[in-house]
Write a protein that binds this ligand. Structure first.
Ligand SMILES: [Zn+2]
Length: 216
């Protein structure tokens, strides 16, 4: 006996719903809090101002807390000498950024690792573009990347002059991506002194830093 078209349609819908629910269950929760060390924020600001009229960016290194509710960015890279910069496009120097990640991972005994990327928008209050959204949702879905929740920081700039181009750093905004979308998070700055011992693989926590221990 063959199934009626109606029954087949019902089965298809049930299977689809089931797969969607499983899909949802597997996704981790977005980080609730996102921190950056002051020196790392200063690097993003300086790199953004160094390229007036053009987009730029780099990679983020850091760690997440054991409950996966918070992420701490400890260092950010520049774009690298072979990066391509356009008014609305940017491609980082992949070899340069990989070497930056490797160096930081080695210096901290693997405590810090790749946690996301940053780039600049030439607008005061930046939001991810459609291209950004598509790119970072794909990154979150890519099993080779081993990053379920890529962090994306976007620096916002005030254009002080178009010719010659002069721009001033205004703010950096944090977005936590998953393969199904993203959320915006307040980017909070931490003093570098809280992590002075990272180079010795022993993060030093001051009493006002709300973490027990980093985990990978
Ligand atoms: Zn963008």
């Amino acid at each position: 006996m063959t199934n009626s078209p109606k029954l087949n349609l019902m089965r298809t819908i049930l299977n689809w719903t089931d797969s969607k629910m499983k899909h949802r269950k597997r996704l981790p929760n977005h980080y609730e809090r996102v921190y950056i060390l002051k020196s790392a924020l200063q690097v993003m600001a300086a790199e953004s101002e160094r390229m007036p009229g053009l987009e730029t960016g780099g990679v983020l290194v850091g760690f997440v807390d054991s409950s996966l509710k918070a992420a701490v960015v400890t260092a950010v890279s520049g774009p690298g000498p072979k990066a391509e910069h356009g008014p609305y496009t940017f491609n980082r120097d992949r070899a340069f950024c990989q070497a930056f990640l490797d160096e930081h991972a080695a210096h901290t005994g693997g405590v810090v690792d790749f946690v996301g990327e940053w780039h600049k928008h030439r607008e005061m209050d930046p939001l991810p573009s459609l291209v950004d959204i598509s790119t970072y949702r794909k990154l979150a879905a890519n099993p080779d990347c081993h990053l379920d929740l890529p962090l994306v920081f976007i620096t916002g700039m005030e254009v002080l002059s178009k010719s010659p181009p002069i721009e001033r750093f205004v703010r950096a905004k944090a977005f936590v991506f998953r393969r199904d979308g993203f959320v915006s998070r307040c980017l909070m700055t931490l003093p570098d002194e809280a992590y002075v011992d990272l180079s010795l693989s022993r993060p030093a926590y001051s009493s006002n830093v709300p973490f027990s221990s980093p985990s990978r």
